[in-house]
Design a protein around this ligand. Structure first.
Ligand code: ZN
Length: 95
């Protein structure tokens, strides 16, 4: 089975200004946590680094590997199925 992947995927690295760890990536609006780093924690002005509590910033990243793209596609499919299951029209088009 071949998973079709859109050619253009908007990817941002979610990085900590303090320790430089990548908390994860934002792919097409979906946050994909880095499994080797603790999940970001909610703060007053947005999420903070789960390791040191530093601010997180988004860094554009255009290097998406086919493996990552496949993961994104799987997540999108899951999200769409959830949207259908919950019948929530807001989930269909976030952007
Ligand atoms: Zn940090």
């Amino acid at each position: 089975m071949v998973v079709r992947v859109p050619r253009l995927i908007q990817v941002f690295n979610v990085q900590c200004v303090m320790c430089g760890r990548a908390a994860g990536q934002l792919m097409n609006g979906v946050f994909v946590p880095n499994q080797r780093v603790r999940n970001p924690v909610p703060g007053k002005n947005g999420s903070r680094c789960g390791e040191c509590g530093g601010n997180l910033y988004l860094e554009p990243d255009e290097s998406v590997t086919p493996f990552m793209a496949t993961q994104i596609a799987a997540q999108r499919t899951a999200a769409q199925q959830q949207a259908l299951a919950s019948n929530n029209p807001e989930n269909l088009r976030a952007a």
